[in-house]
Design a protein around this ligand. Structure first.
Ligand code: SF4
Length: 135
């Protein structure tokens, strides 16, 4: 299974388990920095997140929440269904940034140093043989 297929499958699995209760949204410390989330309400934002996981456009508030996520993980223990909302947010962020080939739904910051950073990190963690083969 490709990584893209894995992201699709996990997105669908978690979207099916999520009841869109909104408890993860209520627990999130970033909602004050996500325009429209307070006005939309937690359940509607969660429903919009589920839509993004299912390849939909979501809602403006859901997209704002996805864009505001700082991976605090505070949402995960708040979920009464035992789902991992932090992982759901990661999947939704990838999808919203166009990782699966669709147009991006949220702003994407270009990091022109991304590849050099990966290589620098790899050089201090890989063996010389691995570096010769993979870098
Ligand atoms: S708390 Fe869990 S069930 Fe409720 S909206 Fe968030 S992920 Fe879905």
């Amino acid at each position: 299974m490709s990584l893209a297929d894995h992201i699709r499958a996990e997105s669908a699995r978690l979207a099916a388990l999520c009841t869109a209760c909104g408890d993860c949204v209520s627990a999130c410390p970033m909602t004050p920095y996500a325009p429209g989330v307070a006005e939309a309400g937690p359940a509607a934002v969660a429903a919009g997140l589920r839509d993004v996981l299912l390849a939909g456009p979501g809602t403006p508030a859901a997209r704002a929440w996805i864009a505001a996520c700082t991976r605090s993980g505070v949402c995960t223990p708040a979920c009464r269904e035992g789902i991992d909302p932090a992982f759901m947010l990661r999947l939704a962020t990838w999808r919203a940034k166009g990782a699966l080939g669709d147009g991006p739904l949220i702003a994407v910051k270009e990091d022109t140093q991304f590849s050099p950073k990966v290589k620098a990190f790899a050089r201090v963690t890989l063996t010389e043989k691995e570096q010769r083969e993979w870098l």
